[in-house]
Design a protein around this ligand. Structure first.
Ligand code: NAP
Ligand code: ZN
Ligand code: ZN
Length: 333
């Protein structure tokens, strides 16, 4: 379908979209799994593009540069949270990359499953030269969402980090925690992913159903990051936290299920959540990954393969991020 992008304003960057990652959030939106959504919905918030034009006041980019856009495209930039580089927590309402009220053009925002995008430069991330562009796209959501809690809870070498489930976010969490020389354990529901978890650098991979291993790992972890896309029974993961340790839910948006108040107070354990990361921190994860050659494991698809890709994500059959190659939209057959 044809969509309208606003004219390039003084602070805007026009991007020619090259690649866009497929996040499970796209599926939640398209299928109205988080409540009735806005349609038409143009998802996509792991966007890599080439700069085609810049407004007169833009200083960060010039034509020909590569820019990245993650989950947000605007915020008030004056509230306490914005001033603290936490634009994602803007007190006046962050504008998400798609399906958010568009405070500039009216209607709602359209994301990266599209040919072109206009974004104010503050929300465009610099992509250093030499990065593998397709495999860098997922860092703009899956990467920052798992990097941010590791920064906030200061994951250090030798600490024990558990990653609950090996999908798009989970596999980035493993790579980023291994890069910090943490001792990483993956929890998965898929026996077929055990070997992959180890290849990615995890010391151990444990099936949810392995009650022996769960017992052995009681009071073991400094930090757990749970990426499960649906509400799930959390107590078995609270049990494996050490005293004072933290479980960060970045997946499920529903009410949390089955957390024993008793276990939290006896063990002074924390259960919390985290949403993406601010723009400065998103630039940081990109630069961090550029310096260490960290990228996502991806499967490139054409736009017309998207429905099949969604089904495979839902069936836990993604290894480990689909990325749409927009080239076929640009070269006439
Ligand atoms: P994904 O690639 O589909 O990975 C999720 C993994 O969870 C699956 O591969 C599977 O791993 C496991 N799983 C357990 N129960 C499942 C179920 N009922 N259906 C499907 N998978 C299940 O998803 P993702 O893109 O990593 O996103 C994960 C969640 O984080 C989504 O809900 C997404 O909306 C959310 N998210 C949050 C933020 C944030 O800012 N907090 C940012 C991005 C995404 P195993 O096979 O290993 O069990
Ligand atoms: Zn996402
Ligand atoms: Zn704000």
């Amino acid at each position: 379908m044809q969509i309208e992008r606003r004219a390039v304003g003084a602070n805007d960057v026009l991007l020619d979209v090259l690649y866009c990652g497929v996040c499970h959030s796209d599926i939640h939106h398209v299928r109205s799994e988080w409540g009735p959504d806005r349609y038409p919905c143009v998802p996509g918030h792991e966007i890599i593009g080439r700069v085609l034009a810049v407004g007169s006041a833009v200083t960060k980019f010039k034509v020909g540069d590569i820019g990245g856009v993650g989950c947000m495209v605007d915020s008030c930039r004056t509230c306490d949270n914005c001033l603290a580089d936490r634009e994602q927590n803007c007190l006046n309402g962050v504008t998400l990359t798609y399906n958010s009220p568009d405070k500039v053009s009216g209607g709602h925002t359209f994301g990266g499953y599209s040919d072109k995008l206009v974004v104010t430069e503050h929300f465009v991330i610099r992509i250093p030269p030499g990065m593998d562009l397709a495999a860098t796209a997922p860092l703009l959501c899956a990467g920052i969402t798992t990097f941010s809690p590791m920064q906030y809870w200061r994951v250090e070498p030798g600490q024990r980090v558990g990653v609950v489930d090996l999908g798009g976010l989970g596999h980035m969490a493993v790579k980023l925690a291994v890069a910090r020389r943490a001792e990483v354990t993956v929890f998965t529901t898929s026996p077929g992913k055990i070997a992959d978890a180890k290849r990615l650098g995890a010391r151990e991979a444990v099936l949810w159903s392995d009650s022996e291993a769960m017992k052995r790992l009681a009071n073991h972890f400094d930090l757990l990051i749970t990426t499960v896309p649906r509400a799930f029974s959390m107590q078995q993961f609270v049990d494996v936290l050490k005293l004072d340790a933290t479980l960060v839910n970045v997946g499920a948006l529903e009410d949390l299920q089955s957390v024993s108040g008793r276990s939290l107070l006896f063990g002074r354990k924390n259960v919390t959540g985290s949403m993406i990361g601010g723009i400065a921190e998103t630039q940081e994860v990109i630069d961090y990954c550029a310096a260490r050659n960290i990228k996502a494991d991806i499967e490139l698809i054409r736009p017309d393969q998207i429905n099949e890709a969604y089904d495979r994500v839902v069936n836990r059959d993604v290894r480990y991020r689909f990325v749409i190659d927009m080239a076929s939209l640009k070269t006439p057959a």
